[in-house]
Design a protein around this ligand. Structure first.
Ligand code: UDP
Length: 239
């Protein structure tokens, strides 16, 4: 059992989608996450989430379509807002209290503008924080938002939920069946071997701030709880 007081969960946009049913956001997926978080809150752990937007839009690929990177990235940030509102709705359906805090300023009916002091108050009240809008600036990703917010709120760990990958490997296990899986790995080894865990900006920030990463497969049953308890196959990234 890992001894966490406050976690930051990184959810990619894809983890909310259902390709077979062609749903960008599948409320069944959201509910599965909500049920787990209910248990996590009951364990006395504070929960913050950074949600991605890749199920709708990625700035870098949209640029190929002729839209300027700057604009394309703002569209991507808006995609994260859509996901965050869907998460909030699903969490409330499970009886959880959740706040959407945005790096971009919207009308209060949509979300609250992020300021750090509010986060402390809400987390102490056992409310789930959903960070949307990434960092609020183009040329970044929600991975970088994760390390940034984890640093700002002093989270003990970032739980990096991957789609159908059980942690860090020396090559893509979905392509190379002999890919080597790591139980533990240091930041320096990852940089040296040029392994892809998060994008390089976010990764160097995690290293500089000594943030522990737990990388696991979000698609497995009860994966979040099992990752917190250390009962799922995962890679631990540390100093
Ligand atoms: N984005 C951005 N700045 C940020 C975070 C996100 O410009 O700080 C944009 C960027 O275009 C990115 C998109 O939002 O491609 C969706 O985020 P991301 O790719 O991180 O989502 P994920 O892959 O986690 O679903």
């Amino acid at each position: 059992m890992m001894n966490y007081r406050r976690i930051l969960l990184k959810l990619s946009g894809e983890s909310l989608a259902n390709k077979e049913e062609r749903l960008s956001i599948d409320n069944k997926m959201v509910k599965k996450i909500a049920k787990q978080l209910k248990e996590v809150i009951a364990m006395g752990i504070e929960v913050a989430i950074v949600v991605g937007g890749g199920n709708f839009w990625r700035g870098a690929s949209a640029e190929k379509n002729g839209i300027s990177r700057n604009r394309a990235d703002y569209i991507g940030m808006l995609a994260t807002v859509m996901n965050g509102l869907a998460l909030q709705s699903g969490f409330e359906q499970e009886g959880l209290s959740a706040r959407v805090l945005s790096s971009l300023n919207f009308d209060k009916r949509v979300s609250e503008y992020y300021i750090n002091e509010k986060t402390e108050k809400y987390l102490n009240q056992k409310e789930i924080i959903i960070f949307v809008g990434g960092t609020g600036r183009p040329f970044f990703t929600t991975d970088t938002a994760s390390t940034l917010f984890a640093s700002e709120i002093h989270a003990d760990v970032i739980l990096v939920g991957k789609n159908n990958v059980e942690g860090v490997y020396d090559s893509d296990p979905n392509i190379n069946p002999n890919a080597r899986w790591y139980e533990k790995i240091t930041y320096d080894e990852i940089l040296e071997k040029n392994l892809k865990v998060m994008d390089s900006t976010s990764f160097s920030m995690a290293k500089d701030n000594n943030i522990e990463l737990i990388v696991f497969n979000i698609n497995e049953e009860n994966s979040i709880i099992r990752a917190i308890k250390g009962e799922i196959k995962h890679t631990k990234v540390t100093k």
